[in-house]
Design a protein around this ligand. Structure first.
Ligand code: MTE
Ligand code: MO
Length: 309
């Protein structure tokens, strides 16, 4: 991210024509069957297809699946974007996620129990990387606050801290000692309980591929992509704001809040427009990535903070 952000703009034009919404829905039906196979009886009861949540119209064509799944940021694997094949060795089962800290009922959930117990839904979200590329993809999953409710947060909890898996045997990037592993991100608790904050377990109707953060990742679409931590192993409620990954590396360039804003430039490049994966079209950036109606009120009392870096 620090030195290679321009390389993404040099990739050859993708070969794939944008699929549009219709194809996304068709492939979703097939994907539900795939999830059913993977999780057994639990998923067999799920509806044969999910309709994307109409509260969040994407307003854009879906990114071709191939582009979203072969151009990734995942520094545990590589500083480059072409890590998707290397990430395939990550063992996604068994997988557990601990939810602990300032909660009345700390628990460790097996990811298959999560898949069977949390009602799954589909949401098509725009995703905006701080490097100025963007995609529009259908995630399957459930609201973060459903999981938080299951552990009963204490009134004193102010932050929700997300920790990514740290598996040196599979993740060559962990050998780079100048990064502050493990990858930690965090939200204020009111952000975490917002409607939009989502835990994704699927993408394009199929189980979430490892390179996109499988088996389970955070998705907070009004913020720059680095907030949406992949491969979660621990969610901890705390009354303290933790040191988060990119902010620890370069605090002048990456902040805690990281809300998308076209008017606030990154110190080394403009955020006024973004490049759509697939078509490479440049389109204007939207404040809060277009989700201001859902989240702008979270920041009314926080205007003294650097909300947009
Ligand atoms: N654990 C972890 N999570 C991560 C990252 C990472 O390097 N490690 N990169 C972030 C960044 S910068 C972006 S833009 C998104 C990319 O998600 P995608 O590869 O599914 O598009 O993941 C985010 N989550
Ligand atoms: Mo990013």
């Amino acid at each position: 991210m620090l030195i290679r952000h321009r390389r993404g703009f040099e990739i050859p034009e993708p070969r794939v024509t944008p699929e549009g919404l219709a194809l996304g829905r068709r492939s979703f039906a097939a994907g539900t069957a795939a999830l059913g196979l993977m999780t057994g009886a639990a998923y067999a009861d799920a509806p044969p297809s999910l309709t994307p949540d109409p509260r969040f119209p994407p307003g854009r064509a879906l990114t071709p699946e191939k582009d979203a799944e072969t151009y990734n940021n995942y520094y545990e694997f590589s500083d480059d974007k072409d890590l998707w094949e290397d990430a395939k060795i990550l063992p996604l089962r068994p997988w557990a996620i601990a939810v602990d800290g300032m909660v009345a009922k700390p628990q460790t959930f097996a990811v298959d129990d999560i898949l069977s117990k949390m009602p799954q839904e589909e949401r098509i979200y725009r995703h905006r990387c701080v490097e100025a590329w963007a995609m529009t993809v259908p995630w399957t999953g459930f609201p973060l606050r459903t999981l938080l409710a299951a552990v009963d947060p204490l009134g004193s909890a102010k932050y929700v801290v997300f920790q990514t898996a740290s598996l040196p045997k599979f993740m060559p990037g962990l050998a780079q000692p100048w990064y502050p592993w493990p990858y930690i991100e965090a939200l204020a608790i009111d952000e975490a309980e917002n409607d939009l904050a989502f835990l994704a377990t699927g993408l394009y109707g199929k189980p979430l591929p490892p390179q996109n953060g499988g088996p389970i990742r955070l998705v907070v679409p009004w913020k720059y992509g680095f907030k949406s931590a992949k491969a979660l192993v621990r969610i901890t409620l705390s009354d303290k704001r933790p040191a988060v990954f990119w902010q620890s590396i370069q605090p002048r360039e990456y902040g805690f809040w990281a809300n998308v804003n076209p008017a606030v430039a990154h110190p080394r490049w403009s955020q006024a427009s973004e490049r759509l994966l697939g078509s490479n079209e440049r389109v204007p950036t939207q404040i809060y990535n277009g989700y201001g109606a859902f989240v702008a009120s979270l920041y009314a009392g926080r205007m003294a903070e650097p909300l947009f870096m």
